[in-house]
Ligand binder design. Structure first.
Ligand code: MSP
Length: 531
């Protein structure tokens, strides 16, 4: 069975979860669910990054121990992901021993091989980001943080360095040889552009300072006066979690998902560390763009972050699956930012879910109730009817769903199931089963078989659409399958379940259940929930 290992960034526990964290983890979830359905042995990993200095500061402000603060916020992330129905197989916390012990061992290995060495560092430090910026970046921003605008600090430190410069050629070669290693294309070009300016060695430790004072983080092996720089150990999480006998086969990761803010660490620093550790490199590093809120960049100072509570309010009013659908299909998956705007949410919700999938399902089920006593009609097997070649139309969308997932195109993938729904609606409008039903003189009327065929085709196509939509809408797509009395499609069963009138096709006589309305139409005038 092929393995598929997908990761998300591990999130800082200085803050509570917001739409950005939920978005990346949702992408990983949708991909993971699809791969499981399509037969891969999947491992999906998310978690929290806990050793940053800002976590210590936030804990102090709140007058609690760092551990308590980290526990509290790690739990907030777990709760947020549970609410979003995210199906991670593991949730790593960098304060766990399994992470700390293995990350230390990797650092030791790099010290032993000479890829990490002790030297002096003078540079411009951005305290908010906990990273150094290059002289040219510092100058371009008037020696202020490019992110927060706060003054940069000139720092001189004795540090351990990672010999990043030694991997420049190999990194360039790897990116050339694997065109899909860094995605999307625009981001890859950025990385290549920066690589052309040459690579400098990077500091990987920080002297343990009095002001931090806590025993928090990972010390340099054999030099406890230095703490391992948080980024360096955090990146190791992707490997520490699978560095066990049971899980080693998942490595290398198939896909690291993240946003553009942390691309450099994932596309350059981490692969170089892996080269130094003699480990194979991940299949791809995909860096999406940002969600903005109502057209404006989200920021602390603006106070306009879409927090988890607001997403919960959307979930309560429109369903969790509606939130998943909007984020996954309208999100900033490519190189351009996407807007979370209430009006747009409502438009998409009404058009695609309420008037789309929901309305189609209730139309089909209601007609089966009305004309066939609530049982799947016994229909002849006619592949082409009403100008639609049903097996090839549905089969085409199954294949395109796979192709879209291969291209990390979640909008495209989600719209394959929806395209089947649109085809069913068009077929109903063309063949007008409700009109046909009125004309029938009784079950012996020769046209009765046509009515059975039309409604069977609608229901069978709806079943396949629901199977394709399962990764996006785990509850609602399952509800559609339940309404149709279809068998549940489990891991590895996509092929069999998406087959037209195959082994899992709808069987004549199976009871069809009306079910509650899947998605209530939304009032376009209604104010945003939880705003
Ligand atoms: N702890 C580091 C990551 C270490 S990974 C080895 C970190 N944490 S973070 O909490 O700041 O999370 C950053 C990530 O959150 C982004 O890369 C992205 O996945 C997600 N997002 C944060 N804001 C976002 C948006 N506005 N829009 C979409 N996703 C964003 O960096």
């Amino acid at each position: 069975m092929p393995t598929f290992y997908v990761t998300t960034p591990i999130y800082y526990v200085n803050d509570r979860p917001h739409i950005g964290h939920c978005y990346t983890t949702l992408l990983a979830d949708v991909v993971a669910r699809f791969r499981r359905l399509d037969g891969d042995d999947v491992l999906m990993l998310t978690g929290t990054d806990e050793h940053a200095e800002k976590v210590i500061h936030r804990a102090r402000e709140a007058s609690v121990s760092v551990q308590e603060w980290a526990d509290r916020n790690a739990q907030a992330f777990r709760d947020a992901f549970a609410f979003m129905e995210l199906s991670q197989d593991d949730f790593v916390r960098t304060s766990e021993d399994r992470h700390k012990s293995r990350a230390s061992a990797y650092i030791q290995k790099l010290v032993d091989s000479g890829d990490i060495y002790l030297g002096d560092y003078v540079g411009w430090y951005d305290p908010g980001q906990e990273e150094y910026v290059t002289e040219s970046v510092a100058k371009a921003h008037d020696y202020k943080s490019p992110v927060s605008g706060k003054p940069l600090e000139k720092r001189t430190e004795q540090n351990y360095f990672f010999r990043l410069s030694a991997f420049e050629d190999r990194l360039n070669e790897h990116i050339d040889a694997h065109p899909r290693f860094v995605q999307p294309e625009a981001r890859k070009n950025e990385v290549l552009g920066r690589l052309r300016q040459g690579l400098q060695d990077v500091p990987v430790s920080r002297a343990v300072k009095d002001d931090v004072g806590e025993d928090w983080g990972i010390r340099m092996p054999n030099d406890p006066g230095h703490r391992v720089y948080v980024w360096i150990e955090a990146l190791c999480n992707y490997l520490t979690v699978v560095d066990t006998t049971e899980r080693r086969h998942y490595w290398p990761a198939s896909m690291h998902l993240l946003a553009k803010d942390i691309l450099w660490f994932h596309a350059v620093v981490w692969p170089a560390m892996l080269m130094a550790l003699d480990e194979p490199l991940p299949g791809c590093v995909y860096a999406h763009a940002y969600f903005v809120a109502e057209g404006r960049k989200m920021s602390k100072s603006m106070g306009n972050f879409i927090e988890i509570d607001q997403l919960r309010a959307y979930g309560e009013r429109y369903s969790v699956d509606a939130v998943r659908w909007y984020l996954a299909t309208q999100g900033p998956l490519g190189a351009t930012d996407a807007d979370f705007a209430h009006a747009n949410f409502i438009d998409v919700y009404n058009a695609e879910l309420a008037n789309g999938l929901g309305n189609c399902a209730s139309r089909v089920v209601n007609m089966i109730h009305k004309y066939f006593d609530g049982k799947v009609p016994d229909a002849r097997d006619a592949t082409v009817h009403g100008d639609v070649d049903w097996p090839s139309m549905t089969g085409g969308h199954v294949q395109k769903t796979r192709d879209c997932f291969g291209l990390v195109d979640l909008h495209g993938a989600g719209h394959q199931g929806l395209a089947i729904v649109t085809a069913i609606d068009g077929y109903i409008n063309n063949t007008e089963p409700f009109r046909l039903a009125k004309k029938l003189t009784g079950p012996d009327d020769p046209q009765h078989a046509d009515l059975a065929l039309i409604l069977y085709n609608c229901a069978e196509a709806l079943r396949i659409a629901a199977v394709l939509l399962l990764p996006f809408l785990p509850q609602k797509a399952q509800a559609v399958l339940d309404m149709l009395g279809a068998s549940t499609s489990g891991n590895g069963e996509l092929e069999a379940h998406a087959q037209w009138r195959g082994e899992h096709g709808l069987k004549a006589g199976t009871p069809v259940v009306k079910g509650e309305g899947l998605f209530m139409r939304a009032d376009t005038e209604e104010a945003a929930p939880g705003a």
